[in-house]
Design a protein around this ligand. Structure first.
Ligand SMILES: [Fe+2]
Length: 333
C-alpha cells in the first residue's frame, strides 16, 4: 500500500472496535518490526477481527483518511433535510448539500467522508446482511458503500428532494447486487458485473470465453432475481416498495439482450436511471482512484452505458447541477 506511514498514529483495538466501518489504513507491526497492511478505508469492522486482536490488546498503526468535522457537517445537513416540509425549503437544502459536496470534493477530501455520513443516515439494511455481503467479498461491500452514496448525490442533483425517497435510492443501490452473495461468487462473477456495467450485454459472453463454470454463470445471471427476493423479504425497508422493480430490471436492455428475462426495455424511468448510473460508476475492485478525486471523476466519467438514454440525461443533470451550484455560490459572493 502506498500510504505514508510517517503520518500514522497508534490506535488501540478497543478504539478500532468503536468504528463500524474502517475510516483509515490500519497496519500491524510485529515484534520483529515487520509491517502488515490489515484494513483499508471503507471495509466493515467485523467482530471476529476485533476478538482476535482484543486478547493481546493490540495497538495498530493507523492513518486516518476522513475528517470527523466534514462527516458531521454532512450529517447535520441530512438531518435538516429530514425535518423540512415545503418543496421550496427542501430544494434549497439539497442545493446547500450540493454546494458543500462540490466544495469538499474539489479539494481532494476523501470521498469516504460523504459515504460514511450517508451510511450513518440512510442505511436501513440489517447488519447481518451487511456482514453477508462483506464476507462474500469486501470489494463488493466497498462498491456498494460508494455506489449507494453516489445514488444520493445523483438523486439530489436530479431534483429528488424528499428524504424518504433519497433513503430508498441509497438502500436500493446498496443491495442492488446482494443476489451475488452465493457460494459460487468468484472473480469471474465480479468481473462479468463490471463488464456488463460498462458495456451492456458483454458480461455473459466474457464469462463463457473465460471458461467460467455453470454455477458461476447462473449466479451472475440470477442475481437480479435474488436481489429482488431480498427486497421482498425486507418488509419496511423501502418507503416506496414499488421502487424495488429497479433491482429486478437492472440488467434488462432496450435491445432485449439483457437478463434475467430478456425483456425489450425501451423506457427507463429517471429513478431507475439514478440507481443504475450510481452502480455503473463503481466497479467491484481493489483500488478507487476517485476516493481523493471525486469531482474530476464525475466530470470525466464515460462508458457505453451512458449512451443509453436516459441514463445519459441523469448523468448530464448531475454534472450540470454541480456546475451550477458553483455559479450560485460565486454570484452570492
Ligand atoms: Fe447487477
Amino acid at each position: 500500500m502506498k500510504t505514508n506511514l510517517n503520518n500514522s498514529k497508534p490506535l488501540q483495538v478497543k478504539d478500532l472496535a468503536k468504528k463500524s466501518i474502517c475510516d483509515g489504513h490500519v497496519y500491524l507491526t510485529t515484534k520483529e518490526g515487520r509491517q502488515f497492511y490489515l484494513l483499508k478505508p471503507g471495509i466493515l469492522i467485523e467482530e471476529a477481527f476485533i476478538k482476535k486482536y482484543a486478547i493481546t490488546q493490540t495497538t495498530f498503526d493507523y492513518v486516518a483518511v476522513t475528517d470527523q468535522l466534514i462527516i458531521s457537517q454532512f450529517q447535520t445537513l441530512f438531518k435538516e433535510l429530514k425535518y423540512l416540509q415545503f418543496e421550496k425549503d427542501l430544494r434549497q437544502k439539497t442545493i446547500e448539500i450540493e454546494v458543500f459536496f462540490r466544495e469538499k470534493f474539489s479539494r481532494s477530501s476523501h470521498f469516504l467522508n460523504f459515504a460514511l455520513a450517508c451510511h450513518e443516515e440512510f442505511c436501513a439494511i440489517p447488519r447481518n446482511e451487511l456482514i453477508r455481503m462483506h464476507e462474500t467479498d469486501l470489494h463488493l461491500f466497498r462498491k456498494s458503500l460508494y455506489s449507494a452514496s453516489l445514488a444520493v448525490i445523483i438523486a439530489m442533483t436530479n431534483d429528488y428532494y424528499h428524504y424518504p425517497m433519497i433513503k430508498d435510492f441509497y438502500n436500493l443501490a446498496f443491495a442492488l447486487d446482494i443476489g451475488l452473495c452465493h457460494e459460487s461468487y468468484s472473480y469471474f462473477v465480479a468481473e462479468a458485473c463490471n463488464r456488463e456495467n460498462s458495456v451492456p450485454s458483454s458480461g455473459k459472453k466474457w464469462m463463457e470465453l473465460q471458461g467460467a463454470s455453470v454455477q458461476e454463470i447462473s449466479t451472475y445471471l440470477g442475481h437480479p432475481e435474488k436481489s429482488y427476493e431480498f427486497f421482498q423479504q425486507q418488509k419496511g425497508l423501502l418507503a416506496y416498495p414499488e421502487l424495488k422493480e429497479i433491482v429486478l430490471y437492472q440488467h434488462e436492455l432496450s435491445s432485449g439482450q439483457g437478463f434475467p428475462r430478456g425483456l425489450p426495455k425501451g423506457h427507463v424511468s429517471s429513478w431507475e436511471a439514478i440507481v443504475l448510473l450510481a452502480s455503473a460508476m463503481v466497479d467491484i475492485c481493489d483500488e478507487y482512484p476517485f476516493e481523493t478525486n471525486m469531482m474530476n471523476y464525475l466530470k470525466e466519467f464515460n462508458n457505453q452505458k451512458l449512451k443509453e438514454i436516459p441514463v445519459q440525461r441523469v448523468y448530464a443533470k448531475l454534472c450540470l447541477s454541480l456546475d451550477q451550484v458553483q455559479n450560485i455560490k460565486e454570484n452570492a459572493g
